[in-house]
Design a protein around this ligand. Structure first.
Ligand code: HBI
Ligand code: FE
Length: 291
């Protein structure tokens, strides 16, 4: 675990730090600008319009690292959410509690120029450019809220592994179907140059219609591009997944089933696009195990 990870904190208060926006160097702001310009060019025509609307509603631009206080003044008025500064990855309990509170934890450090294409831990570009704009969309924000509440209950029921898969295939790597075609909304794709280009231009990956039980059973590799993406039709679908149904009971049913790899297609899958598997031909490329 790197210095950025607050290992022992169990309460929200213990995780929150000051952003210290005045502490960013000219180079930090320049790195943000480079990342912003390059990513927006890559996302054009492929990212959900709701994401772009959020970006402009919050005044997030290429000028430099966003100031959380200024951004929160706008975000609170739109959906009541706020971004809080944390040192990096935090334990699940405070993470879920924050989401339940309508607080999004964002790292404050920014990657170096050498890490422009990939870094292990989420930095401020992943968290703010990737995750925050969609918090201006009420349906998506409500899902994040409910996800936090369910996560807290899930901790008492050994369900975090399954809820992490739901997080992975929606919040981080989700796609949404629009009349004009499939569009990106997951923060892990939105903030990654390589993965956004892969989703936009490579046919290796499967695109499957979102199915909750299928996602709860499907593992993932944390350090490589996805072999399958799950596609929703509306952001409201996400909230409907959790609201008024007992996902923890469903997780208990799914628990004994074997974990699915992201490569396979089941006959009950609604296949939007069958991938060629090209990128994954020389599997296993990854060093990590299936989550
Ligand atoms: N901490 N800062 C931060 N950001 C996350 O996305 C995050 C986290 N801690 C835990 C966590 N995510 C996962 O446990 C959940 O996605 C399941
Ligand atoms: Fe993330």
């Amino acid at each position: 675990m790197s210095a950025h990870t607050v290992l022992t904190a169990q309460t929200v208060e213990d995780c929150i730090i000051d952003q210290r926006w005045d502490g960013y160097s000219k180079e930090d702001h320049a790195i943000w600008g480079t990342l912003f310009e390059r990513q927006l060019a890559t996302l054009k025509g492929r990212v959900a319009q709701e994401y772009l609307d959020g970006l402009s509603a919050l005044g997030i631009g290429p000028e430099g690292v966003p100031n959380f206080d200024r951004m929160n003044a706008r975000l609170r008025k739109i959906t009541g959410w706020e971004v809080v500064a944390v040192p990096g990855l935090i334990p699940s309990r405070p993470f879920f509690q924050m989401l339940a509170n309508g607080q999004f934890p964002a790292g404050t450090f920014i990657r170096s120029r050498e890490q422009l294409d990939y870094l292990e831990e989420p930095d401020i570009f992943h968290d703010v450019f990737g995750h925050v704009p969609l918090l201006t969309n009420q349906a998506y924000a409500d899902y994040m809220n409910e996800y936090g509440r369910v996560g807290l209950q899930g901790m008492e029921r050994k369900a975090v592994k399954f809820l992490a898969r739901l997080n992975w295939y929606t919040i981080e790597f989700g796609l949404i179907r629009k009349p004009e075609g499939v569009r990106i909304y997951g923060a892990g794709i939105v903030s990654s140059y390589g993965e956004a280009k892969y989703v936009a231009g490579d046919n290796s990956a499967h695109e499957l219609a979102f199915d909750l039980e299928r996602v709860l059973r499907t593992g993932y590799y944390i350090d490589d591009l996805q072999a399958s993406y799950f596609v929703i039709d509306r952001f409201e679908d996400l909230f409907d997944l959790l609201e008024g149904r007992d996902i923890l009971a469903l997780i208990d049913e799914v628990r004994p089933e074997p974990t699915l790899t992201p490569f396979e297609i089941l006959e009950q899958d609604k296949v939007i696009r069958k991938g060629t598997g090209e990128y994954w031909r020389d599997f296993p490329k990854t060093k990590t195990k299936l989550k």
